[in-house]
Design a protein around this ligand. Sequence first.
Ligand code: NBG
Length: 857
Amino acid sequence: MTTFLDPKSIGKPARPRRHVRTLTGYLPETDASGKEKWPRGDEKVWKDAMRDVDKDADQITKSFVNHVQTSLARQPYNLDNLGAYQASALSVRDNLLVNWNETALQYTRKAPKRAYYLSLEFLMGRTLDNALLNLGLKDEYAGSVKKLGFSMEDILEQERDAALGNGGLGRLAACYLDSSASQELPVWGYGLRYKYGIFQQLIDSSSGNQLEAPDPWLDNQNPWELPRLDVAYEVRFYGSADRVNDGTPRAAWTGGQEVLAIAYDVMIPGCYTKTTNNLRLWESKPKRGFDLNSFNAGNYEGAVESSNSASAITSVLYPNDHTTFGKELRLKQQYFWTAASLADIIRRFKNIGKPITEFPDYVAIQLNDTHPTLAIPELMRVLVDEEDQPWATAWQIVTNTFFYTNHTVLPEALEKWPVPLMEHVLPRHMQIIYDINLQFMQAVERAFPGDRERLGRMSLIEEGFPKQVRMAFLACIGSRKVNGVAELHSDLVKTTILKDFVEFEGISKFGNVTNGITPRRWLDQCNPELSALISRTLGVDKAVWLKDLHRLAELLPQTEDAKFRAEWAAIKQRNKERLAHHVQTTLGLTINTNAMFDVQIKRLHEYKRQSLNILGVIHRYLTLKNMSAAEKKKVNPKVVFFAGKAAPAYYIAKLTIRLIVNVARIINEDPDTKDLLSMYFLPDYSVSLAEVLIPASDISQHISTAGTEASGTSNMKFCLNGGLLLGTVDGANIEIAEEVGESNVFFFGHLTPAVEDLRYQHAYHPIPIEEKCPALANVLNTVSSGRFGDADVYEPLLNTIRQDIAALAMVDEAYLDRDEWVKKSIRTSAKMGKFSSDRAINEYAESYWNIEAQHIV
Ligand code: NBG
């Protein structure tokens, strides 16, 4: 830090955004013949000393022990499981870094077109097991730590989830990174390094209410990230934007608050390939320790405060799923992240030495929902104000660079930012958005002369008090292509929220990429026994089918083989026991593993209708209560599992948790019924908990109101693991049923969507409960009567119940024929090839980004 400073410089940009140069991204020099020159020193000495990926047990053991002694400064005498985890992780990371460096060098050498996945959420879960699998070193490490007196299973259990996401959207981003690397595609992720990820959920033991505690996931040093303190960018907020008025569209944006974005790199290994991509997460820091504006005014305390405010930008993930709150800090997060990411992308592009107009030939940027939409006006700002590009050229570049994926049509989730807030925080971007809108409105007017209503509907600015910026519309017009995440959802995007835009821009801009999941984590890692059975049966190494999931279809003939069915069923049984063991050790509860396991795990949301499931359970309970002993003998025991978090301010969602917990209390203790029906709410749902729950499920519930769940991705995970699906005609359920055949799923609602009016067809048509199902009406009345306490509080929840429970009866009936059930289970799993995230990422790569696989040698 300098000691002398010119006060006039305070708050003025010294020069356009400056990147502190590092030695990354540099290429070897070549001699006259084009041969690469060794940069310095003796090439042989260097090369002899450089390491490769560890292959044999000896090297692995050495590296583990070396990290124990040096990185952890410990000894065999004081090494616990946590220490052993850390040493394993650091040793595995060394291997990842070798590949990661090699990948980066080759990308720089070849300068292929790259794609960047901008996501405000990456729900990564644990890393160690995945890294070992992808490196192909699972057995070697397990053997090595065993000789040192540890068990790999215990070591894996020590890792804390990286939970930088709310739910499906963030987990999808994580699956897509895994698939990009596995498919050897040059794709980087960009996100935020939140100090606190999604909150930890606790259940108040007296009321049953959800409580939230912070998630200090970084407390035990994170071995999976590489701090890049030298990769830093300045990001500005507030201040003023003054148009230059020299006949160009330029403006000068000065003053305000400047903060630093510091990079943390997370290695993303591909499965059985050297390709190891990068996820770059930004952390905010005050520039020069504290804010110079306050410093100048002699306000030291104010300066310290605003330096806190700089660090606050990346301190916490917003725990809202499908809602926007218009909070200033959230807007700052979005801009901070998009500005730093774009600056980094532009710098990398400039290293290639091509004119800026060729930017879209080298760069594709995927906007994961509207959260990164500010990247559109930000790229305009850089091109116009800093690169001196004419407006039309800049817009041409922008609209060839971005791609926008919509993840919901729920109105409360469509982002809008109040114009006064945007003007205050990002004055230059607000000008740019107005300028974009002006040109856009003129173009719409030319296409539909005199259609004033249409102009109002399509404007980027929604009239009202205050006016609001409609981010989905900005994302749409600023992108080359727009897609939804399942067929029905993509149709709904085209026919509802973006209908006017389809009419204006043409249908070819709008597409569908059905979501997918990575079979590495969601089969091989979470269900190793099933994975082994599949490899044995197909007669190939797992690497083959894990990267070509359609090969699972070869299991189909096995449905007729009784021995295979028995093995299949035995694995499901052991997975149920594994879950029971987990619940026993974590919660001290004993679970009946001879029961059917019925699972619903997802964010708590009215549209997902956990309330419907819970009322089904109460209905079952009341029915059992009225049964004779003889009747009860014919009933199949059932255990119902729930897990999921509610947004802290979402009243109805929290109330649903409370109801589940309190109903479970009564049911699980009732001697008349507890052997036949029990129910558990497992607190603090996470990726790791899902990995235990999913392989153990016989049936899982995906019962959103039709037209509301864009895709759903856990439905795919359950089915891949041979769990059957009970679902509504919604999202990816429809495509799953198409693949596995409707006779293998339990559907309710309309089966075949009529074409004329999708919205209407898929919307839910209430039928009076009393008429449709007197039993359910009885359930509702029982809750209302106060039998489970506090009848009044549950009243709003009961109002959201709209469907009948006949499908559950079908499930019961089907489960009685266990042989047929196992056949359905095998058929389901065998037909999940389509839902690999490898397929999805290749669709993006080919039809959207136009990038090619790079084989790293
Ligand atoms: C969610 C949808 C899910 C979908 C995931 C991933 C948001 C805004 N949307 O149905 O609700 O599976 O995105 O696409 O989180």
